[in-house]
Design a protein around this ligand. Structure first.
Ligand code: 4H6
Length: 225
């Protein structure tokens, strides 16, 4: 059973993955659990503030150290070996390989930034791993955390129907091959003949070839070493 603890100002956002789809099924099957923590519950003032102005001036607000530290301490009471991950544009890029590695852990704590992000001293002392889902900015770490949770959960045995993640694009470092379903012809567009042949070896070879061609055509960077 893999455990995710999520530190966020918007716990309700996570109902999207807790209640629908493949992750919801994994939760029902007791293969994983997702626990959200409202960071404001760890504020020390009546207004429930967890942010303040940046030293040195400038726009925006910064998430303070102490509420985050209190929240992490609480999470670690039950799961002392949880790895704390901070989702940020400055992180190491999330890849299929990193998702696979994370799926081997017992417990992962995801820290979701808002405003201009967290006080640097949290990253220095409390964060084990800083991860980015790609080179773009979004308004908060929550969507990034959900992307990470989804990509990691797909690697947990039993979460997908069979062992479907073995067929995932990127599992072998390549893009996917093209997929077709009924009807055989639609608006004059035919299904490639080989897929109707019933000759599984030929089909496998064709798919491998298509995946390679697809990758060279659309993602040159994945094949040029
Ligand atoms: C930490 C620090 C992750 C988190 C700053 C988060 C992109 C990614 C955030 C911020 C994220 C990613 C707040 C800075 C909004 C910009 C939340 N953006 N930002 N690539 N945003 O994984 O302003």
């Amino acid at each position: 059973m893999m455990r995710f603890d999520v530190i966020t100002l918007f716990p309700a956002m996570f109902s999207a993955i807790k209640e629908e789809g493949v992750i919801a099924r994994g939760i029902k099957k007791s293969l994983l659990s997702i626990h959200t923590w409202q960071l404001r519950d760890f504020s020390d003032n009546k207004h429930r503030n967890i942010d303040d102005k940046p030293y040195g001036g400038g726009a925006g607000m910064v998430m303070q150290v102490q509420p985050i530290r209190r929240c992490i301490a609480k999470i670690k009471q039950k799961n002392p070996n949880t790895k704390v991950v901070y989702l940020s544009p400055q992180g190491q890029k999330l890849t299929h390989q990193l998702a696979k590695t994370l799926s081997q852990l017992d417990a992962v704590t995801l820290l979701c930034g808002r405003y201009e992000g967290v006080d640097e001293r949290v990253i220095e002392q409390d964060v084990d791993l800083e991860i980015s889902i790609g080179d773009y900015v979004i308004s908060g770490g929550e969507l990034a955390a959900m992307v990470l949770i989804d990509s990691v959960c797909r690697q947990i045995s039993g979460v997908l129907g069979n062992q479907d993640s073995l067929n995932d694009s990127f599992a072998d470092g390549l893009l996917d091959y093209p997929h077709y379903t009924r009807p055989k012809v639609v608006d004059g567009q035919q299904v490639p003949e080989v897929l109707l042949s019933g000759h599984q070896q030929k089909i496998d070879a064709w798919r491998k070839d298509q995946a390679l061609k697809n990758t060279r055509l659309k993602r040159q960077d994945l094949v040029t070493e």
